[in-house]
Design a protein around this ligand. Structure first.
Ligand code: AKG
Length: 286
């Protein structure tokens, strides 16, 4: 088991763990995700990786979301007048980035023995969860996530972060499953998003976006309850959801703290209310 997960990550840059959660557990998380849509804030913040101005990255709301439950809307859910043009229950792109700390159900699944066991299997000595997101990818409005490496946003050295991406519903080619460029994690860090050292509110990329041949991507359709482990350096993406079925997922990122540096110029930083606590010694219920 140990070798299988670690070897898959090493070889391909991702590993598929089927039946990571049981259907009823997915349903519990799904219901919690839906519940979040019932407490939407008045102000609308859009999240779109295809927005050329990367408006969300300049946004205070985004920068401050490390220790909060913050709501990001789909671009296609907002009309020209700035108001919602779809039902609020399908208007969100994602909620993040501290569900693992602030919401008991998400906390329970994040700090579970299963997650701890996987971290042991991939050889982490002192893992810490640094961010979490509920991703909706709702029918019709669910936007594209352009190709990227997670290390662009969460830079750690020398050991890259690992993403846990858990399908709460079947993820298919039609409703926008992940696509991965297998083996691309062996090609280094292509781009970084940096916080300005003087103006800490300012973020910018150090290089233009890399161009990847579309033929290098493999779809990774998975059934409800599957967890895809994503190596921080592997290039991945997802298509817009033009189907009639939603594709909800819960995802969080784990870093190794021992003998590893979390870059001080990452947008996300440890804070008093968002400590990077050792996963192995943290209880689900604290
Ligand atoms: O859920 C998706 O469609 C993409 C998620 C992703 O790429 C990420 O969180 O890094």
């Amino acid at each position: 088991m140990h070798d299988t997960i670690a070897n898959q990550l090493e070889q391909d840059g991702y590993a598929v763990l089927e039946e990571f959660l049981r259907p009823a557990e997915c349903d519990e998380l799904f219901a919690a995700g839906l519940e979040l849509t019932k407490k939407l804030p008045d102000s609308i913040n859009i999240f779109s990786t295809t927005d050329p101005d990367n408006q969300q990255l300049k946004d205070q709301y985004f920068l401050n979301s490390n220790d909060k439950i913050s709501y990001f809307y789909e671009k296609d859910a907002i009309g020209a007048d700035g108001n919602l043009k779809v039902d609020p229950s399908i208007s969100l792109n994602k909620v993040g980035h501290a569900l693992h700390l602030l919401q008991p159900i998400f906390r329970c699944y994040t700090y579970s023995d299963r997650v701890k066991a996987v971290c042991r299997q991939i050889g982490f000595s002192e893992p810490a969860v640094v961010q979490s997101m509920y991703i909706y990818k709702n029918p019709g409005v669910g936007g594209e996530v352009v190709e990227h490496q997670d290390i662009t946003f969460l830079h750690t050295e020398p050991i890259p972060p690992i993403g846990f991406w858990i399908a709460l519903e079947d993820a298919t080619i039609q409703n926008g499953c992940l696509w991965v460029a297998r083996g691309s994690h062996k090609s280094g860090v292509h781009r970084r998003l940096l916080r300005d050292s003087e103006n800490r509110e300012k973020l910018s990329y150090d290089r233009p976006a890399a161009v990847y041949p579309q033929s290098s991507f493999t779809p990774v359709p998975v059934s409800k309850g599957t967890c895809i482990l994503i190596h921080g350096n592997v290039v991945h993406k997802s298509a817009p959801n033009r189907s009639s079925k939603s594709r909800h997922a819960y995802t969080f990122h784990v870093i190794e703290k021992r003998n590893n540096t979390f870059s001080p110029d990452n947008w996300l930083q440890e804070g008093e209310n968002a400590p990077f606590v050792n996963l192995y010694t943290t209880n689900q219920m604290e």
